[in-house]
Design a protein around this ligand. Structure first.
Ligand SMILES: Cc1cc2nc3c(=O)[nH]c(=O)nc-3n(C[C@H](O)[C@H](O)[C@H](O)COP(=O)(O)OP(=O)(O)OC[C@H]3O[C@@H](n4cnc5c(N)ncnc54)[C@H](O)[C@@H]3O)c2cc1C
Length: 382
């Protein structure tokens, strides 16, 4: 068993870290305060080929694996958790398109995502359908050789900047098994009847745009159906098994960033005539943070490795996502504690880390849902 990254992976890690260290601090605080997605930064990140990195070479991408993607997401989020997802998830939904889409859909969109000429999102959740994805009500009815989509999606990352969304809609409400009722459609955002409005006032990851999407009698041709009719729920679950590994990597990055800043602060802050790093209470916090982060990183890399060597494993992804999310929240909390009063104001990065960390326990399945997935696997209930 080898625990080292390959030389190429080390180089990717170093380059991603250098890019984030050089560029992200210029935008992090402003983007957090203004809740604006920084397009200039996106152009820089795209120029350096650090977007949509898993798009295969045949479609114009670098064709990196999930492990390399996780390494990049960690390094980005280590500098800023909001910019990590704002830059690292601009092709969200492309994973589903790549696995289930038609050749024409892939040839049209994947090269544009890889070059930074297009942005995508995945519209699955609704105001009343979050953890219970199969209860999504947005409908799609066949009319000749077109489909007509109607409904509302909520919490959709990138919707206000996206060129297209992959949308989960009910095509077969009468199907006996509720998991056979949905299909996925590729919906270009400039189609008549598509509108989105930004959700403001988020606790964290404010650089990442989140929106409500209204689909008002939106007509798409039959060619926009992604994969097979009735398979939507299953495609989405498989998609999440892959993409939630990136949320785990975001959590590891936020936790590592919190630790980096805590070590630096503990070494320079003096109380009782000495650096607070000399106090065992502080040392224990640092030791616990480091150990949790290493555990979370190992789970994340293992889940990514599994996804790169076959199918993503649902239980492995859930273990990584739950544990890394909890680690991000714990470590950001301890980082604020180590910074004392200074950690409580936005002059210090750890205040933002504390707010950014929480989302990693919520989106792409809450931690409770991940524990259910792990338990069902243990009990043979899947
Ligand atoms: C910033 C942000 C970005 C997002 N981006 C996207 C996106 O791009 N695309 C998209 O489709 N969605 C997106 N989401 C939605 C996200 O995936 C959901 O918020 C998440 O899945 C939880 O659903 P919910 O908010 O409806 O909570 P609920 O499902 O209502 O859950 C509320 C609470 O009940 C618990 N709970 C629910 N069911 C169970 C159960 N069976 N057993 C035990 N506990 C349970 C949950 O764990 C949680 O604690 C985003 C959300 C946010 C906040």
């Amino acid at each position: 068993m080898k625990f080292e990254l390959t030389r190429e992976q080390e180089q990717i890690k170093k380059a991603a870290h250098q890019l984030a260290e050089k560029e992200f601090p210029k935008y992090a605080r402003d983007a957090d305060q203004s809740e604006e997605w920084p397009r200039d930064l996106f152009d820089t990140v795209a120029d350096q080929n650090f977007i949509a990195v898993t798009i295969p070479q045949e479609y114009g991408g670098p064709g990196l694996g999930n492990l390399e993607n996780a390494i990049i997401m960690e390094q980005f989020s280590r500098v800023d958790g909001g910019l990590g997802v704002a830059m690292g998830a601009t092709a969200f939904g492309s994973e589903l398109l790549y696995k289930a889409g038609t050749e024409e859909q892939k040839e049209t969109w994947l090269p544009k995502l890889a070059s930074g000429d297009a942005i995508s999102g995945a519209a699955i959740s609704e105001a009343n359908a979050g953890s219970d994805v199969a209860s999504a009500k947005c409908s799609a009815e066949k009319d000749g050789d077109e489909w007509v989509l109607d409904g509302q999606k909520y919490w959709i990352t990138n919707a206000t900047i996206a060129d297209f969304l992959v949308v989960l809609a009910q095509t077969d409400p009468e199907a006996e098994d509720r998991h056979d009722r949905h299909s996925v459609f590729l919906v270009e955002t400039d189609r008549e009847g598509v509108s989105s409005s930004k959700i403001t006032g988020k606790l964290g990851i404010r650089a990442s745009p989140t929106a409500e999407v209204i689909l008002d009698n939106v007509r798409v041709p039959e060619e926009n159906l992604v994969g097979e009719r009735g398979m939507g729920f299953r495609y989405v679950m498989r998609f999440f098994n892959q993409t939630r590994i990136m949320v785990a990597a975001q959590g590891v990055g936020i936790a590592q960033g919190a630790l980096d800043r805590s070590i630096a602060y503990a070494g320079q802050r003096e109380q009782f005539g000495q650096a607070i790093a000399n106090f065992q209470a502080i040392q224990f916090k640092l030791a616990e943070m480091e150990t949790r982060i290493e555990s979370a990183r190992l789970l994340t890399h293992k889940a990514a490795w599994q996804a790169d060597h076959g199918e993503p494993d649902a239980s492995a992804s859930s273990k990584a996502k739950w544990f890394a999310g909890e680690t991000a929240v714990d470590c950001a909390d301890e980082a604020v504690q180590i910074h004392g009063g200074s950690g409580y104001v936005d002059e210090m990065d750890v205040e933002r880390f504390y707010r950014d960390a929480k989302i990693t326990e919520i989106y792409e399945g809450t931690k409770e849902i991940h524990k259910l997935i792990i338990a069902r696997d243990l009990l043979g209930m899947t």
